[in-house]
Structure formats: C-alpha cells, structure tokens
Design a protein around this ligand. Structure first.
Ligand code: COA
Ligand code: MG
Length: 297
C-alpha cells in the first residue's frame, strides 16, 4: 500500500537496467531504499520490449524485501508508456518515474494512465506514486507547473547528464555547469513538499568523490541521491542519514531555544554563534527525519 509521503524517507535510489534479470534479482541483497527498474535509457532501443517483459516478471516473482519498487517509463512521445503501465501495474510496483518531464501535460498524461490502471485493478485513487525527472532545459523552466501537476507526485529527481547534453554544457567534477538547475530542483521540491533526489555520480569506483558530491547535495537540501552501482548506496545512505552528532546538536539547540524564548529572547548565542528562528526550523527538520522510516528498516 502507498506509504504516506511525510513519514517515508528515501535516501538511495538504485537504477537497474530493466532487461537484466541478473541485476534485478540481486536487488534484495543491496542496502538500498528504492529500486528503479529502468525501461528508459538503461535499456537499449532494441531491448525495450524485452525490458518490459523482464520487469513485469521480476515484479511478479521476486521479493524485494520491503524496498520501494519504481518503474522508470519511457517518455510519452515514444508511445510506449501505455503498454509499459499495462504490462506492470497488475504486479503492483509502488510507483512510476516520468523521465525528461517538461511540463504539467507530461505528468497529467501518465497520471491518467495510472488512474485507469487503478480503476481496472480495484485500487484506491493515487495508489501508484509518481516521480518526475528534471533533466532538460524546458523541465527546469517549467519546474513550478511540474511540481504541482498532480497530488500523486512524491519527488523530483535531478538528471545532470541529460541536462548537460540539452544545454550544451560540459560535465565537470565540480558540477558548476549544472548548479543553477540543481539548485532550482531542490527549491521547487521544497516549495511543493516533495522529496528531491540528486544526480547520479557516474564514476562508481570513486567512493570519496561520491561522498563529497553527496554531502554537497545534502547541504543544498536534497534528501537523497540516485545511484547506478550497488557499491554507491551505503555511501549515500550514510550521508543522507542524520549523524548522532547532528541529532545531539539539534536537540541541544531546540532545548536552548525554548529556554531563551521562555526568558523573552528571540536571538541568542549558542556555541559561539547567533541562533534565531531559522536555525530552530533547521534543527526541527533534523529531528523530524529521525522518526521516519526507510523502506528496509
Ligand atoms: N543494479 C543491480 N546490480 C548491479 C548493478 C545495478 N545497478 N550494477 C552492478 N550490479 C551487480 C553486477 O551485476 C555485478 O554482479 P556479479 O558480481 O554477480 O556479476 C556486481 O554488481 C558488481 O558489478 P560490476 O562488475 O562492478 O559492474 P558491471 O560492469 O557489472 O556494471 C554498470 C557496471 C555501470 C553497467 C552497472 O553498474 C549498471 O548497469 N548500472 C545501472 C545503469 C543504468 O541503469 N543507467 C541508467 C540510469 S542512469
Ligand atoms: Mg536521463
């Protein structure tokens, strides 16, 4: 059943090619919150139908051990999503991902297909969750309408590689070439109460590089990150979980704030720095995350 958005937190999302039963079979062994069965770019053009069949079979037969299961559809203009939903919905993935979302119409179209599937299967409205990938210039320009297109939407996933191709940027390790979009995505997600997932780090042999990039994403406000290799998910899970020190500091800050408020002070000094309402809000967000569950806990 659909879990409530506000008490369900995903940190790591792991893509796996939809046509690779070998990789999908291992998903239950990985330390990952969300498994993405990919029908789009992870499956070659001439393997789209094979991928659809494999994903359908995987959903029917495999136990993902409580991990969230999402299917990434192809873009609407390929004409494929209708058949992709028809082939998979009965096996109850938790949700679907719209790639290269460019406007509200892209989401409405998939939303309608899911509503039809829900009716046919006797499921409640909104049973299937929806996620949108923002990875084109137009998608960034239309973030607001995408973010509020449907109540089914639970998160925005930032795609840096496609975006760089679309805008003619050269990808670098520092990622300043995609910074505007990366920051816009996390801001739109916050404005419309969605989760935000950072871009893939393609150099899957470089764990320290992944950790650095993940930490920066978390500083920007991202709540999780897409992964392409199972060795990336433990790093991402660790970075996107509040540490014991962060929790401890947040608790102390809240206690100090409450004491100062009672004494009539709005701003005060905490560990040598000025603290006022915005820091309290941030501390409360850290504490709020502690109580939330991740799929495999
Ligand atoms: N999901 C599940 N299992 C995976 C995996 C993934 N994304 N990536 C690797 N594995 C498995 C491999 O099958 C391998 O298993 P084995 O040891 O039993 O053979 C093991 O993990 C180690 O993999 P490794 O040999 O290091 O990598 P690889 O050469 O098999 O695969 C990639 C490298 C990049 C092709 C692979 O990680 C992958 O397919 N990633 C996802 C790509 C994708 O979906 N892209 C589109 C979205 S951005
Ligand atoms: Mg993409």
């Amino acid at each position: 059943m659909a879990l409530q958005n506000n008490n369900f937190t995903r940190r790591s999302l792991l893509f796996m090619p939809g046509d690779s039963m070998k990789k999908i079979q291992k998903a239950a062994g990985w330390e990952v919150d969300t498994v993405i069965l990919d029908l789009e770019d992870g499956a070659a053009q001439n393997r789209k139908v094979a991928a659809r069949t494999t994903v359908s079979e995987a959903l029917q037969t495999l136990n993902f051990g409580g991990r969230e299961r999402l299917v990434r559809l192809n873009h609407l203009n390929t004409g494929l999503p209708r058949a992709e939903i028809e082939a998979t919905a009965a096996w109850r993935p938790d949700g679907y991902i719209v790639p290269k979302a460019e406007d509200a119409a892209d989401l409405h179209a998939v939303d309608q297909l899911l509503a039809i599937a829900e009716q046919q299967l006797g499921l409640p409205d909104g049973a299937f969750r929806l996620f949108a990938m923002i990875e084109t210039a137009l998608g960034v320009m239309n973030l607001r309408e995408i973010a509020r297109a449907t109540p089914r939407l639970e998160g925005l996933i930032f795609g840096a590689e496609d975006l760089a191709g679309d805008i003619g940027a050269v990808r670098t390790r520092a990622a300043w070439e995609v910074f505007y979009a990366r920051s816009a995505v996390v801001t739109a997600a916050a404005a419309y109460h969605l989760q935000a997932f950072d871009m893939v780090f393609t150099d899957f042999h470089d764990a320290p590089g992944l950790e650095t990039e993940s930490r920066f994403a978390r500083q920007l406000g991202y709540t999780g990150k897409s992964c392409i290799h199972p060795n990336q998910t433990p790093v991402v899970n660790a970075v996107f979980s509040p540490s014991a020190e962060e929790i401890d500091r947040a608790q102390r800050l809240i206690a100090a704030f409450e004491a100062q408020q009672a004494a009539g002070a709005g701003a005060f000094t905490f560990e040598g720095k000025m603290v006022d309402m915005p820091m309290l809000v941030a501390a409360r967000k850290v504490i709020a995350r502690v109580g939330r569950r991740t799929p495999v806990e």
